[in-house]
Design a protein around this ligand. Sequence first.
Ligand SMILES: [Zn+2]
Length: 374
Amino acid sequence: MSLAFKLLGTDGLARRGRITTAHGTIETPAFMPVGTAGTVKAMTPQSVAETGTEIVLGNTFHLMLRPGAERVAKLGGLHKFMNWPGPIITDSGGFQVMSLAELRKLDPDGVTFRSPSDGSTHRLTPERSIEIQHLLDADITMSFDECTTWPVEEPAAASSMRLSMKWAERGRRAFVERQGYGLFGIVQGGVFPSLREESAKALTAIGFDGYAVGGLAVGEDKELMFATLDTTLPQLPADKPRYLMGVGRPADLVGAVRRGIDMFDCVMPTRAGRTAQAFTRRGELNLRNARHRDDPRPIDEHCACPACRNHSRAYLHHLIRSEEILGAMLLTWHNVHYYQDIMRGLRGAIEAGSLGHWIAAFEAEQERGDIPSL
Ligand SMILES: [Zn+2]
């Protein structure tokens, strides 16, 4: 039963693995584009797959409000509904609910909240979150947790984490085991090593198919994020996948893979693609900038995505300035393709035992900055 994870190789602390789900395999380290409301924004499912993406993330919070989990289930589940036949992971809804501030009320049993779109009242408990994710037919279900706020004092981080651990245990009991489906626990505890350790121990005692590190990339600086990974990851079982939630920029992915993370999700490549930002081997650039207006060269001559193969910076600049939808589509495609290029590079380097060299080359190229203007 449940998910299979095979550790294929290591290079230092970095891991090369494979997760087998009911809807296919995921080569790790893996990046999972965010498909908030049943769509990776500005991309068709076919174009998402062409980037090398093997798994997408759906948001419980958005899908439960619209179109509703029961409706998706009646229509055959999220895979069929959005025409994504591959693996799907769903978040628990906790992160979005907690960010509603005055629209939500937390109690020991769960959270009651008002929909930000129509004001209707809804409730999420650990059991209901697991049920919704089951209705959506997620291959990977996430525990319902309280994402601890930042900045936070240690006592508040401790009580928040302990509530999440109680919820994790309730979610584990509610989860229906099926072949190729799994449930992940989420380590919380802010940036306090002893709390992270306590959380990791509590979760491994319950037993999950994978372990996520939550509550990071919420405003703490990068060194603190990496330091928290350094103290947390050794506490987690080596034979289960590890997922760093909501991270991040290219250099964050590389730094976390080096420390032993297997999976990531982040809105950054898709959101940036809708705001004229491109991530490239040579850093970040903004296609809205006037210096691209007469530039016939692609974003990156080595990138195999359709934006780079078929279009100039000048054309992309024109699309963005004209607020043409195609501009957002092409830049999103490029960004997701580039993120998957990074993951392909990391996987190959771990297999070859050359991760150190790969990272040195990655960092050197990022530091060179964009090609000079014409
Ligand atoms: Zn490209």
